[in-house]
Design a protein around this ligand. Structure first.
Ligand SMILES: *[C@@H]1O[C@H](CO)[C@@H](O)[C@H](O)[C@H]1NC(C)=O
Ligand SMILES: *[C@@H]1O[C@H](CO)[C@@H](O)[C@H](O)[C@H]1NC(C)=O
Ligand SMILES: *[C@@H]1O[C@H](CO)[C@@H](O)[C@H](O)[C@H]1NC(C)=O
Ligand SMILES: *[C@@H]1O[C@H](CO)[C@@H](O)[C@H](O)[C@H]1NC(C)=O
Ligand SMILES: *[C@@H]1O[C@H](CO)[C@@H](O)[C@H](O)[C@H]1NC(C)=O
Ligand SMILES: *[C@@H]1O[C@H](CO)[C@@H](O)[C@H](O)[C@H]1NC(C)=O
Ligand SMILES: *[C@@H]1O[C@H](CO)[C@@H](O)[C@H](O)[C@H]1NC(C)=O
Ligand SMILES: *[C@@H]1O[C@H](CO)[C@@H](O)[C@H](O)[C@H]1NC(C)=O
Length: 582
């Protein structure tokens, strides 16, 4: 069934006629395709038995046809017309489906499939639509900051390479921003002449408020795809919102209730605007002129006269002001007398510790690091009064506000001596004790007149409260006189004691007088002992009289003499002691 020349002629004619009379709307079949991909257009005609060949053409805007592909039914021969736009992009399959690779916007045309028999031409048009999804929109040219009450360009939302036209929408915090006097958009489209793709830019001019702090702004692009309308959202954009200061505050360091003399005070002024003000005027107490400074002002080494009202204001808007009251706490302490003080025993010494303070302060007295119950005052100084006294005070409310002064009291006294003696129970030695009192510590020296061996040299007690004793143990072969010499910087005091020979037994006397209380007790004890001894003596005399009367023996009278001798010695000792005390 090869076509003859006449046949061919007729066919070409009928093709031309059909092209001329072609009417749109023969069933508008549309192929939606994606930019860059392959457009597949089935022929949509039943292939007739007597088909000679199939052809594809498209229509130019003025309606004139452009043939692009040909397939012979009999010779299985395919041929593509020399159309530059479709060079190497076409493929016509055996069933007359036409594929166009690398879809372009310019492929949006009406294509017509034509099946030609010997006596007829069948046509089926197909409309091609090409879609290009836009790029994800981006917010660019972002404002560095926005200012309240000012219309300002916020940024551009750009979506590239779209087809067909897209719309851009702006959102604040996820909600559509509707145009108003505070929000204006301007849209700009740019078509790339080569690709015919559009880049769409929407500029947003916006009047911000403080409510926009940390609020995300986004934009979206709405486009038509092969399967309908779609939307792509941009990333969020945040803006620094500038707003004026509405309140000024003043801060004080260290904490206000703990400011004391000598501190450095830092005044810090803050404005709640954004960006915060960097300069302020600081007003010192009683001054109306402000001092221009950064947001801090430092007062060094403040005194109590720095107490008062401090203020700070904005430099340009002086009514925007904050004030605070500062109290500089102080604590003065004066101890009188203080330092090292030397007094004589028995002297009177009034001591005063005076405090002046911004708050009620408590006073604590310490003596040698031990707390005293009451403040010291001396009408008659004793050795035990000597020591290191501290008057200490602190303000509980103000940390670190403490004062202390000390007094080192030295109580001096001339040496005083008191001597005692005691016979050992075995009767072989006698212990003589020299009790010494005085400050500075007196040195003790012993001298013995007469013969007698010194069994043990001196034994000394610790020196406490200006007192100590020195002991000497002797075994005298005859009556001796022991002399105790006590000497310090103030005086040399000498005292002596007659001690009878060891062969002459002596009655022991009260010993180890170490303090005044004991002395008093001793005085009472002596009285009692005296009475008891008196009674005993009376009884003894009665007994002796009775004994003499009964036995008329002389041995007993010896004992009586011994006892009487002892009493004599003690009496002398007492007298001696009184002399040294005077
Ligand atoms: C035509 O042929 C192509 C492959 O050659 C195939 O993909 C397509 O489905 C066929 N179309 C029809 C309508 O038969
Ligand atoms: C763009 O907006 C116009 C008017 O609101 C609307 O007619 C059109 O369909 C929109 N286009 C897209 C892609 O949404
Ligand atoms: C106060 O500041 C001065 C320096 O300005 C410093 O030498 C001094 O130690 C500070 N005083 C206190 C109590 O911090
Ligand atoms: C506060 O007193 C000190 C002396 O103690 C003086 O040097 C200083 O000038 C006084 N300051 C004011 C503000 O009066
Ligand atoms: C100080 O103490 C007295 C009584 O103890 C009290 O009446 C007075 O209010 C106190 N003053 C201060 C400043 O605390
Ligand atoms: C003296 O006697 C004491 C004990 O009473 C003893 O400790 C000391 O060693 C003796 N001193 C001498 C020199 O004998
Ligand atoms: C001690 O005895 C001597 C005589 O031996 C005497 O002169 C002196 O007065 C006596 N001293 C005392 C304190 O009794
Ligand atoms: C020793 O003293 C005693 C009294 O204490 C006295 O009776 C005696 O005569 C004295 N002896 C001598 C040798 O002086």
């Amino acid at each position: 069934m090869a076509p003859t020349a006449a046949h061919s002629c007729r066919l070409v004619l009928s093709l031309l006629i059909s092209a001329a009379v072609l009417r749109p709307g023969l069933g508008l079949y549309t192929v939606n395709s994606v930019y860059g991909e392959t457009i597949v257009m089935p022929c949509r005609l039943e292939v007739p038995q007597t088909l000679m060949f199939g052809k594809w053409k498209y229509e130019k805007p003025d309606g004139s046809p452009v043939f692009i592909a040909f397939r012979s039914s009999t010779r299985k021969h395919v041929q593509y017309d020399e159309v530059p736009e479709y060079k190497d992009r076409l493929s016509l399959s055996e069933n007359y489906t036409l594929s166009i690779s690398h879809a372009r916007i310019s492929d949006e045309k009406r294509f017509v499939c034509m099946l030609v028999t010997e006596d007829n031409v069948f046509e089926a048009p197909t409309v091609v639509k090409v879609f290009k999804q836009p790029s994800k929109p981006e917010i660019v040219n972002k404002a560095q900051f926005l200012e309240t009450e000012q219309l300002k360009k916020l940024g551009d939302c750009v979506s590239k390479d779209s087809y067909p036209d897209v719309n851009i929408t702006w959102y604040r915090n996820g909600k559509i921003l509707d145009p108003s006097e505070d929000m204006v958009t301007a849209l700009r489209r740019q078509v790339d002449p080569a690709t015919q793709l559009s880049t769409v830019t929407s500029s947003l001019t916006y009047k911000t408020t403080k409510n926009d702090i940390k609020i995300p702004f986004t934009c979206s692009v709405t486009y038509y795809g092969p399967s309908g309308q779609k939307t792509i959202h941009s990333d969020q954009a945040f803006f620094d919102i500038y707003y004026p200061t509405e309140k000024v505050t003043i801060q004080v360091l260290p904490p206000k209730n703990a400011i004391k003399e000598g501190d450095n005070i830092t005044l810090k002024c803050l404005g709640n605007g954004n960006p915060p003000p960097e300069e302020f005027l600081f007003y010192l107490p009683g001054q109306s002129e402000g001092i221009r400074s950064s947001n801090t002002y430092i007062l060094t080494d403040v005194r109590r006269n720095a107490t008062g009202d401090y203020k700070c204001s904005l430099t340009d808007e002086k009514s925007m002001i904050a004030a605070t009251t500062i109290t500089v706490h102080y604590l003065d302490l004066s101890l009188n007398p203080s330092g090292e003080v030397t007094k004589q025993i028995g002297d009177a010494l009034p001591v005063t510790c005076t405090i002046s303070s911004s708050r009620n302060a408590t006073v604590v007295w310490l003596k040698d690091n031990t707390k005293l119950r009451s403040r010291p005052s001396f009408s008659s100084l004793q050795y035990q009064d000597a020591g290191n006294y501290v008057c200490e005070t602190n303000l509980q409310e103000v940390e670190g506000l403490k004062k202390r002064e000390s007094l080192t009291l030295i109580v001096e006294g001339k040496p005083q001596i008191k001597m005692t003696k005691k016979t050992d129970p075995n009767g072989l030695s006698k212990t003589i004790t020299c009790h010494v009192e005085g400050f500075p510590k007196p040195a003790v020296q012993w001298t013995i007149t007469g013969s007698g061996s010194v069994i043990n040299q001196t034994e000394e007690s610790p020196y406490v409260n200006g007192r100590y004793y020195s002991k000497i143990i002797i075994s005298p072969e005859e009556n001796v006189t022991l002399t105790c010499t006590a000497e310090n910087q103030l005086e040399r005091t000498v005292n002596s004691l007659n001690v009878s020979a060891i062969s002459i037994p002596e009655q022991d006397e009260a010993d180890d007088i170490s303090d005044e209380n004991k002395e008093k007790v001793n005085d009472q004890a002596k009285l009692i002992v005296g009475i008891v001894v008196g009674l005993l003596l009376a009884a003894l005399v009665a007994g002796i009289v009775y004994w003499l009367y009964m036995k008329k023996s002389k041995t007993a009278s010896k004992h009586v003499n011994k006892d009487l001798g002892n009493m004599e010695e003690n009496k002398k000792l007492e007298e001696n002691n009184h002399k040294t005390e005077a």
